[in-house]
Design a protein. Sequence first.
Length: 398
Amino acid sequence: MALPRLWLASLPDDIVKDILTWLPPKPLVRFRCVLRCWKSNIADPEFIERHLIINKAKSLSLSENNNAYLLCNTPPVPFLHWPRVGELCTVICNSDSSFTKIIRLKVPSHESTLRFYNGIFCFVGDMPAFSLRRKRQAIPVTPPVRNSAIYLGNPSIRKHKRLPTVLVNDRFENSSYGLAFLTSQNNDLKLLVFGRFNREQLRAQVYTLRTNSWSWVELPVEPLDEFVGPISRISPSPLALHFIATTSQVYEFILCFDVDNEQFWEIKLPHNYSNGLSLKFKQLVVFKGSLALIAFGQDEAELVEVCRIWVMSEYGLADSWTPTLSVPLSGVADFLGCTGSGELVIMKSGNQVFSFDPENQNENDLGIQNLTPLEILPPLKPRFYTANLIESLVLLDE
């Protein structure tokens, strides 16, 4: 045991820190028990930021970007009628099409919203309000009072953090969420929340991890009614969240949010993208590095279910929308995301997950139903897929 300590003593501290930044999060968490100086170094915000930058660079490398994340949950199981207990499960989709479960987390919730970005997930659940009676037993109020609890979680280090309540608490009826990191010069994390206050016009709040606080952000002047999304775009600059928004006049467009400057702007959707299509649902995606719109529905002429893909070849320029593909694709229950190579990850009946190549129309069953043993009920339900597997130490010091 003396040899490793002698070897460590012979290296300058800055060299040791540099070596540690290249290691995965899991051993780094364990290494905090090796030396006292390692514990302080690994928990240092500058070290965490440097580690995140390196792992972002790894994820952009073709040689490293072999895996992806699939976020699943179980349907809520009643426990004494209320609250309902569900479970989140983060799964690594390996390059050889196998799966590795890395975390299972029990969460009390009736309904939930899930977002996932750069290895960090956001979980939002409607929690029951409790009253105290004799013997200090917690009894849920009937009917349950709406009170959303918002969590950030890092499955790489098995840490999660409950966020402070939004500025108007349970009267702020949430409708959509967006999660993003800032640029590499400031690796903070922000969460954008849209919601209504007392059934009035939609408003927006932003949570910042560095300050652990919420703030209001100004929405466009025209009232907005609905959001679909979001997706995050890493390049080109600026980093932005993108939502499909609908005004009170039923005008659809892409509402973009500059995460760094906390400002909104608009991008037009493809003209007549739904012509001849009985639309089932649509979603914004990053398709082979470009902003894209994917629409699922029934072709009104051919009477078959199809998938249409429009790609914006020049970011921000509405005239650059190009109808790239329109291919038959039936039985789609949900769209989970895109792989780095442009395959669509879709869910069909029975929670079966498939990858679909829209160019050659090959469909591959990923075998997600095999994740849950038959004796364990209820089964996992896939909710979200991301091609960017970025492991980090974010939330380690929380």
